[in-house]
Design a protein around this ligand. Structure first.
Ligand code: BGC
Length: 748
């Protein structure tokens, strides 16, 4: 599954290339008629390193060819009416290859949770659970599988690059794109995203990590100037990128729309040159978010390597002129091109180009289902209301959320096309921007399959009183609530939209045996949490979502997911109860003038909470959330014992026991509090392990602590520092429950 048969020798590749050139350029071109002279292309030798191969190509390239590689070909299919390059694969971006040198086009597309806009070209793509959901599995194998599905289908559909890999931290639980990211903790988010991208690149598709950096809200995303000190950003948002880049060695990093400390992220010397390329040792290329390039010389000198989608033309003729004028030195342009080429060689897109075929939808669905089974988080299970019983005497009332037909997906550039456009309101063509899209995966159908003898009925929940009367007649009521989120806007509150809190209130008043299933983009408030007996967070469940849910609700799968983000009680608990930019009369910043003389009003967002994101903020401010980071229940119970620490090896050792009657998988979490000299009044997640246990079984867990995760960023020394002193090491089931503690001594 991870490494399909895609290996062909470079000779057959070049033969194929000659054929495709004949087809694309037409028989009349001299180029197409000429068989490529392989001896003249020594960079096609796979035995050479990607850097050597890239250098050889750069040496052959003309100035125009170099310029051609550092910008895209325009908005294309993303903007109705915009020209679409005849060689484009109909993705979000297209970069012309250099035919005479055997360098293929770059066909890239959004694929955060599956391939976007497949229907545009008459194709199908698997909708995976949201990445936030997948992060709830804390399972690097699931993350790798996630990336493999994306890479596999991209390759099958003729793409050689993804633009997914969102790893922006959840500083703002109302952020419209949280479902595309991996939660609030830099180590968990970076690790999960790193494995996703590792899975992509293993399929010979270039990988990408985005949006670099601090693009943590959608409101005024193109104009918000994030203010944060270096120590805080290195220990929070940038650490997530550092971890992911270390694991995945991605082909590309997409710089974000916002400004950071006064400079746009795509022309930010500190972010791009000093941190990303120098400190992280990132060897790939930086491409701008779509329309995120604002200048030519400043952006090129400060680390941007490729302008996307290219219409603004900063990296077209103006860059050529700047190179000719010596304002951008030729070695810098060569570096930009080298980075793109070395990523192409390293991922194998030159040696193993995609061959169009159809994707396997059933394999995709089964993989999506498996990931969702590990992603679902059981938040409450009073009186053992779950798992559901399938006896003939049972009657189960399903209510709301279009659970008769479908599951919800997230919007924006992460939107995957649903078959028929939408399961609830079918329409031809692909999905529509700005409109919720439901996928045909019916919880009602699979719940009925699990309990053929029981009575399972459905009410759409549009009328709370009618839903309550309906629920009253059943043994159990399962209310599906949804929160649609999308790129381009944030939620104003944490409340469920469309009066769904009132629906739950009405149902639970009529039937105390009420379970709520949430399909949300991120955390929501739950004023009814104390009243209902069961709460299940299913996130955006993906195309295998209904089967996964049915398996969990009936206990065929024992839930194991844990929250990758804190669920606050309400917005008053957040560091920024008001989202900057929602009220445009406040927080105005400087006016920025771009390379074309256009004026842009900015807004200042000061991240005064620093690195205290999520659970760190809650602990430091002594607040109790609704559900803490790392929390999730199981149908069995676990006990922790015997924590010991090896100072020299920096390992942590403890035992986890299944004390219940069902087999289950526990995510054992390890946190650390740094020595007093760090002045940190919160704990950090530093390690975890999924442990699968039969009833009564115990397993020893040994985890090695990564010194980076224990370190502080020393701004004066401009580097990480592992402080000497006593570290409190804690192990347990969530950030709020760490029954075991021990001390790790770090010597001078
Ligand atoms: C988004 C990116 C996306 C790009 C291309 C932008 O609006 O912020 O995440 O990759 O569009 O679709």
């Amino acid at each position: 599954m991870h490494s399909p048969e895609k290996h062909r020798g470079w000779k057959s590749v070049t033969a194929l290339m000659a054929l495709s050139l004949t087809m694309t350029l037409g028989a009349g071109t001299a180029l197409a008629q000429k068989h490529p002279d392989l001896s003249a292309m020594p960079w096609m030798n796979e035995a050479l390193s990607p850097d050597q191969r890239a250098d050889m190509v750069v040496q052959q390239m003309t100035l125009d060819e170099k310029i051609q590689m550092v910008h895209g070909d325009g908005w294309g299919v993303l903007r109705p009416g915009a020209p679409v390059d005849p060689r484009s694969n109909f993705g979000a971006g297209f970069v012309h290859g250099i035919d005479r040198l055997g360098i293929p086009d770059i066909n890239l597309t959004d694929s955060a949770v599956g391939i976007r806009m497949a229907a545009y070209a008459g194709r199908y793509a698997t909708l995976l659970p949201s990445t936030l959901g997948a992060a709830s599995s804390w399972d690097t194998d699931a993350a790798y599988l996630y990336g493999s599905v994306i890479g596999r289908e991209l390759w099958d559909e003729g793409y050689n690059m993804t633009i997914g890999g969102g790893v922006d931290l959840m500083r703002e639980p109302r952020n419209g794109r949280n479902f595309e990211y991996a939660g609030e903790d830099p180590v968990l988010a970076g690790t999960m995203d790193g494995y996703v991208e590792k899975g992509v690149i293993a399929q010979h598709v270039m990988s990408d990590i985005k949006h670099y950096a601090l693009n943590d809200q959608e409101t005024v995303r193109n104009e918000v100037n994030v203010e944060i000190d270096k120590k805080a950003m290195r220990e929070s948002d940038l650490l997530a990128f550092e971890v992911a880049i270390g694991i995945a060695k991605p082909s590309a990093v997409m710089c974000s729309y916002n400004l950071v400390n006064g400079d746009y992220a795509c022309e930010n010397d500190y972010l791009l040159n000093q941190v990303l390329k120098q400190d992280f040792g990132f060897k790939g290329f930086v491409l701008s978010d779509w329309g995120g390039t604002h200048t030519t010389v400043k952006a090129a000198l400060n680390g941007l390597d490729q302008e996307m989608p290219g219409d603004d033309g900063f990296f077209a003729a103006p860059l050529k002129q700047a190179v000719q004028d010596g304002k951008v030195p030729m070695p810098r342009l060569n570096d930009m091109v080298h980075r793109i080429l070395r990523s192409m060689f390293a991922a194998g897109v030159v040696d193993h180009p995609p061959i169009h075929t159809v994707v396997d939808p059933f394999q995709g669905r089964d993989d999506a289902r498996h990931i969702e089974e590990e992603s679902i988080v059981l938040l409450k299970n009073e009186d053992g209301i779950l798992p559901l019983k399938a006896a003939p005497s049972e009657s189960i009332a399903l209510i709301g959320g279009h659970a008769d037909l479908a599951v919800l997906s997230g919007g924006g550039s992460a939107q995957v096309d649903a078959p028929n456009g939408d399961a609830v309101h079918p329409h031809p063509g692909g999905s529509r921007w700005g409109v919720p899209v439901y996928f045909p995966s019916s919880p009602l159908k699979y719940i009925r399959e699990k309990s053929p003898a029981a009575t399972v009925s459905y009410n759409d929940g549009s009328n709370p009183a009618a839903a309550a009367a309906f629920a009253k007649k059943a043994n159990v009521a399962v209310v599906f609530v949804t929160q649609w989120m999308s790129e381009g806007h944030d939620a104003h509150t944490l409340s469920l939209p469309d009066n769904q809190d009132a629906l739950v209130d009405a149902v639970v008043a009529a039937n105390p045996n009420t379970i709520v299933v949430l399909e949300t983009g991120g955390p929501v408030s739950m004023p009814w949490a104390g009243k209902v007996k069961g709460i299940v967070e299913a996130w955006y469940p993906g195309i295998g979502g209904a089967q996964a849910l049915a398996n969990v609700l009936f206990g065929d799968v024992n839930p194991s997911g844990k929250l990758p983000a804190t669920f606050p009680k309400d917005i008053a608990q957040l560091p920024h109860p008001e989202i900057v930019g929602m009220d445009r009369s406040k927080d105005k910043g400087a006016v920025y003038v771009d390379g074309k003389g256009r004026k842009i009003q900015t807004w200042n967002l000061s991240y005064t909470e620093g690195a205290k994101v999520g659970y760190k903020w809650f602990e430091a401010t002594h607040q109790q959330p609704l559900f803490p980071f790392g929390f999730g229940l199981s149908y069995t119970t676990y006990a922790y014992s015997g924590l010991s620490v090896d100072d020299a090896a920096r390992t942590v050792h403890f035992t986890v026991k299944n004390t219940g009657t069902r087999k289950g998988t526990e995510i054992a979490e390890v946190y650390t509090k740094l020595p007093a000299s760090a002045h940190e009044n919160y704990k950090r997640l530093v390690a975890w392990q999924r442990v699968t246990l039969a009833p009564g079984e115990s397993k020893d867990v040994t985890l090695t602590l990564n010194p980076l995760y224990l370190s502080v960023f020393d701004t004066a020394k401009d580097g990480w520092q592992l402080l000497s002193g006593d570290y409190t090491v804690m192990a347990g089931e969530s950030s709020a429950s760490t029954p075991l503690t021990a001390t790790l001594h770090v010597a001078e």
